[in-house]
Design a protein around this ligand. Structure first.
Ligand SMILES: Nc1ncnc2c1ncn2[C@@H]1O[C@H](COP(=O)(O)OP(=O)(O)OP(=O)(O)O)[C@@H](O)[C@H]1O
Length: 284
């Protein structure tokens, strides 16, 4: 594999929370959340990041997007060292690195209609010259995420949890990113809605050639969508490999323990069909 196959990588990164030195005082001790973590995300692949609560998954995701500072290590995106880029230097890259959140209610402005939530980022990032052009793009993406166009005039709280999550996915996809970080995005949904949202993400990432990092504490979710997986424990990567291999023959005792501890329900294939998405959308 050549360097150009890698879209996003972190090398030897440490993150410590709360260790900033105050003006005249000693440096705080802080909580070390990541210890010398290496990760590579190739173009077009979906990488899972799994581990128990507090293992550092969200911290790693946020560090990859340069949303928090590193104590040591480097981050490269599309061949550029972004470790020390200023906000101004990062601005052109922000559109290309999107994040989908666990709780769409927290990330979608409750006072705005879905139309406004989707139109504004397109205008802000210059992907549409005016509202009409933005709305044409939005019509197309709503079809892709199988949401009825009537939802454009609703507010986020008037949609179901699965529909809100599909709006979050639509908003990220509209900006034509190269990389999407999805942090526990199906953990609040029932199992059949989880499967539909995961299937939609799989289709979009394949069709748009996206690279994704998929954070979850749920191994069955990781197995359903990811090509490779990183297993984290106490801020360290304890195992990395192709999903099939890791699930069939885990090398680390911690991964074996996770696999033994968590039942892995098969995702019912009928939930993954487009037909069931369409049925749900038309009944919405
Ligand atoms: N803003 C913060 N300030 C101080 N400590 C933090 C902060 N965010 C996270 N931590 C600590 O860093 C460690 C890693 O947390 P992180 O949220 O990255 O883990 P996680 O694997 O994503 O957990 P979860 O699955 O519960 O979301 C934990 O010990 C946590 O308490």
């Amino acid at each position: 594999m050549s360097q150009s196959d890698i879209l996003l990588s972190a090398k030897g990164i440490d993150v410590t929370y709360g260790a900033k030195r105050h003006l005249f005082g000693p440096p705080g001790v802080g909580i070390k959340a990541l210890h010398s973590v290496d990760i590579e995300i190739r173009r077009g692949e979906t990488v899972g990041i799994v581990g128990e609560s507090g293992s550092g998954k969200t911290t790693l995701g946020r560090a990859l997007l340069r949303l928090i500072d590193l104590s040591t290590g480097t981050i490269h995106f599309d061949g550029k060292d972004i470790t020390h880029m200023s906000d101004t230097e990062m601005r052109p890259l922000r559109r290309r690195m999107q994040m989908i959140f666990q709780d769409p209610m927290a990330s979608l402005n409750p006072r705005h209609t879905i139309r406004r939530i989707l139109v504004e980022p397109l205008l802000l990032h210059g992907l549409a010259t005016d509202r009409q052009a933005a709305e044409r793009r939005i019509d197309a993406i709503l079809d892709r995420v199988t949401l009825p166009h009537a939802c454009l005039d609703r507010n986020p709280h008037e949609l179901s949890g699965g529909q809100r999550q599909r709006i979050g996915i639509a908003r990220a996809a509209l900006l034509e990113p190269d990389f999407v970080l999805a942090d526990e995005i199906v953990s609040g949904l029932d199992v059949s809605t989880q499967a539909q949202v995961l299937n939609l993400l799989k289709e979009l990432s394949r069709d748009l050639g996206l690279s994704m990092a998929f954070i979850s504490h749920d191994l069955s979710v990781i197995r359903a969508v990811c090509d490779r997986v990183y297993v984290m424990r106490q801020g360290r990567v304890v195992e990395e490999g192709d999903c099939e291999r890791v699930f069939a023959a885990p090398a680390a005792s911690y991964t074996r323990m996770l696999l033994d501890a968590i039942p892995l329900p098969e995702i019912d294939p009928k939930w993954l069909g487009r037909e069931s998405l369409m049925a749900e959308a038309s009944g919405a």
